[in-house]
Design a protein around this ligand. Structure first.
Ligand SMILES: Nc1ncnc2c1ncn2[C@@H]1O[C@H](COP(=O)(O)OP(=O)(O)OP(=O)(O)O)[C@@H](O)[C@H]1O
Ligand SMILES: [Mg+2]
Length: 512
């Protein structure tokens, strides 16, 4: 049987440009029945754009889309859904103010005599979410739940709508290990029923676990489609990058950097119910890594350090002087920067340009009465666009038009532009592709070589080992160990984490 006949969905020579910049250039893509097909590529490679051209979220400039042997041209995602293509977009696009049940049945509410049957909708919603182990009040507004729960709801809706094809654009970025397992269980079930599933992610471990075939895009072009079996990780990475990745190893410099003087001293800082009191000194030019499972208290540690949540005990000294850090404003005034984990809720202002997003924190620190000149803003923006290799055609592009990973880099640039004395990074490489990973690691090293102090939270243990001067291990909202020198190995950290009484060694999948 020729390949074509087994395709449920086929894209033929799809092209798409935005104001003259080419996002997709004649891309072919074939999805078989009963396969999980991973779509991979660097930030800005064109993955999300390809999906949107398939589902009618974007108008394609050229090319054809064939579903079950029939040419289709969905005008919008609702029409694509009616044809049997369920999609979870990278940006959750449900309606925050509607209830969970209304979101699940948006546009297809159970009706009788022209009236929505509310009780029925609530019953169906509860049953639907039960498959995902989610037992929540579906009458509450979507916004009353965490990003992870919202993501599960978006997935449940898409799966329910996907008669033939299910497309998931980075669905696991905000899920924990258990939620990922539940999702994979459901994906496996759909694959057995013969659905075609497109799965976009930067977690190569997850690709290894679930994909049958892999398609790689680079700069809007198809690099190739391969079976997962027999494709070595190294080869896959070089397909994505178009070059060999020099894998980062141990940080030889880390230990010598320890010599700097202590600048920041946190003594018995804590907050009831969130993080047990801890002591922490951070020296000039030092990188302190934080390892632990999700929910172990890493983000909570960062939040009390930054004053985003007020500590209810303890004290902070900066350069030997006791200093009150009772709010983020106070922290910023004392030279702290904090790049939080969730760029969607904590960072991006979509309609503002890349330049405006980058200068924001610096401008806030100077005060709005002392505006940065346009020339200074331009120079700053250009400097960081170059330093972090932010893929954008120009600093004036609205940031929402950048790919997800490039938005992440812009938020990092925002904090770097303030030239902080202590920079706290929460999962700086999540959602960022392999090439940018290496760049960010290099950047972290350069920054501490210049004397900046860093606190970095990461689930990427190998990476933490590569750039940290020492590593704090957290468990059950308590700092339980500190590893340095030759003890600072991936195994050592995993052992310290796993020594937990509640032994659960799972964490989110690992980026490359
Ligand atoms: N609506 C838009 N207007 C202008 N440019 C856009 C728009 N959407 C995407 N682009 C551009 O198209 C290119 C491909 O972006 P796309 O979002 O498809 O990347 P991606 O592979 O999904 O990346 P990521 O892994 O970061 O999510 C990028 O250069 C992006 O800036
Ligand atoms: Mg994308």
């Amino acid at each position: 049987m020729p390949d074509g006949q087994s395709f449920v969905l086929e894209a033929k020579s799809i092209s798409k440009s935005f104001l003259g910049s080419v996002a997709l250039d004649g891309v072919d893509f074939g999805l078989r029945r009963g396969e999980v097909h991973a779509l991979l590529g660097e930030n800005g490679a064109g993955k999300s754009t390809l999906i949107k051209c398939l589902t009618g979220a974007y108008r394609r400039d050229d090319g054809a889309v064939v579903l079950d042997g029939v040419h289709i041209d969905p005008r919008d995602t609702f029409e694509a859904q009616r044809l049997g293509i369920g999609t979870v977009y990278q940006e959750v696009n449900l309606l925050a103010n509607l209830s969970v049940a209304e979101n699940l049945y948006l546009g297809r509410q159970p009706m009788r005599f022209g009236i929505t049957r509310n009780a029925e909708m609530i019953r169906l919603s509860k049953a639907l979410l039960a498959h995902y182990g989610l037992d929540i009040d579906v009458r509450l507004a979507l916004s009353s739940y965490s990003v992870a729960v919202q993501q599960v709801i978006a997935i449940a809706r898409a799966v329910d709508l996907s008669g033939k094809v299910l497309i998931l654009d980075e669905p696991t970025a905000s899920l924990d290990a258990h939620e990922v397992e539940v999702l994979f269980g459901i994906i496996n079930g759909l694959r057995e029923r013969g659905l075609g599933i497109v799965f976009i992610t930067h977690f190569l471990e997850q690709v290894h676990q679930i994909a049958d075939r892999i398609t790689v895009l680079r700069n809007g072009r198809l690099v190739g489609t391969r079976n997962k079996d027999g494709l070595e990780r190294k080869e896959l990475v070089s397909m994505m990058l178009g070059r060999e990745l020099i894998e980062e190893t141990r940080n030889a410099a880390g230990e010598t950097l320890l010599a700097g003087r202590v600048r920041f001293r946190f003594s018995q800082v804590g907050r009831k119910g969130r993080i047990a009191p801890f002591d922490l000194d951070i020296a000039e030019g030092e990188v302190v890594g934080f390892a632990g499972l999700l929910g172990s208290g890493r983000t909570e540690t960062a939040e009390v350090m930054f004053g985003a949540r007020q500590a209810d005990q303890g004290s902070v000294e900066i350069d030997g002087k006791e200093t009150a850090i009772t709010s983020p404003q106070a922290a910023i005034a004392h030279g702290f920067g904090f790049c939080p984990e969730d760029r969607k809720t904590d960072g991006i202002i979509g309609d503002l340009s890349v330049r405006e997003n980058i200068v924001l924190a610096l401008q806030a620190r100077r005060g709005w009465a002392k505006p940065l000149s346009r020339g200074d803003q331009n120079a700053l923006a250009d400097r960081y666009i170059k330093a972090l290799d932010i893929r954008t055609d120009g600093r004036e592009k609205p940031i929402k038009l950048l790919s997800g990973g490039n938005q992440q880099k812009a938020i990092l640039a925002r904090w770097l532009a303030t030239d902080p004395a202590l920079l706290i990074l929460d999962e700086p490489t999540r959602g960022i592709d392999v090439g940018a990973h290496a760049e960010i690691i290099k950047l972290i090293r350069d920054l501490c070589a210049r004397g900046m102090s860093l606190a970095v939270i990461s689930s990427e243990i190998e990476e933490l080992v590569a750039y940290s001067s020492r590593i704090r291990v957290l468990r059950d909202r308590t700092h339980v160990a500190e590893l340095r020198g030759s003890d600072m190995t991936a195994d050592g950290i995993i052992n310290a984490i796993a020594a937990a009484p509640k032994n659960d060694t799972h964490d989110k999948g690992q980026n490359v």
